[in-house]
Design a binder for this molecule. Sequence first.
Ligand SMILES: Cc1cc2nc3c(=O)[nH]c(=O)nc-3n(C[C@H](O)[C@H](O)[C@H](O)COP(=O)(O)O)c2cc1C
Length: 203
Amino acid sequence: MSQEIVSYYEDFKEIEKKIWDLLTKAVKDRSSEFRTPVFICGNDKDLDGRVVVLRKADEQNNFIQYHSDIRSSKIEKIKKNPNCSILFYGKEEKIQLRVKAECQVNYNNDVTKESWEKTGHISRKCYLVSNGPGTESEKPTSGLDNKFDNFDFTKEESEAGYKNFCVIKCKIKSIEWLYLAAKGHRRALIDFSGSKKFTWLVP
Ligand SMILES: Cc1cc2nc3c(=O)[nH]c(=O)nc-3n(C[C@H](O)[C@H](O)[C@H](O)COP(=O)(O)O)c2cc1C
């Protein structure tokens, strides 16, 4: 079956438009393939990736955000080395995005307040675990007290999770785009450091 030629096949402006369209839609659309990228951080001896949920995509200010538990070991890693990579792939769109960014950990400030307010009662459950993510346990566990495990908590009680809640803001430095097409793949780099620069790359 032939693949239609899309507007963003060989047009930088259209590629950039498509990228932000995918990212902003992913924040709202739970079924978007771009909603759960892999976030990679660490140092030259210990690099690690994990899936996160995209919570904000701000084209004007060029950043994306996700939520986390302040006790996660990635927080210390980010503080030591704020450079990260965020990897997206949409099988249906045939698009891979490799984002390089500089992270900022937000804790107990206006950014976290705004995001926490938007976090529903049920989604707050993961911030109610007694010990931080990655803590060893003698038995298999969700980390939650029975009460929270069974969703037997009120919105007021979920407020206790705020002390563990943080928002990782990822200021985008560059985005590498790969589009898979039968007619020929296309790869491009958008560099946001200094004045915006577009470069075609061999896929
Ligand atoms: C679908 C999915 C969504 C997830 N979303 C997040 C998230 O938004 N933030 C987060 O910190 N961890 C999220 N996780 C859990 C992480 O992948 C990881 O297991 C966790 O953060 C602990 O690892 P770390 O402390 O080494 O980062 C998600 C996992 C899955 C499978």
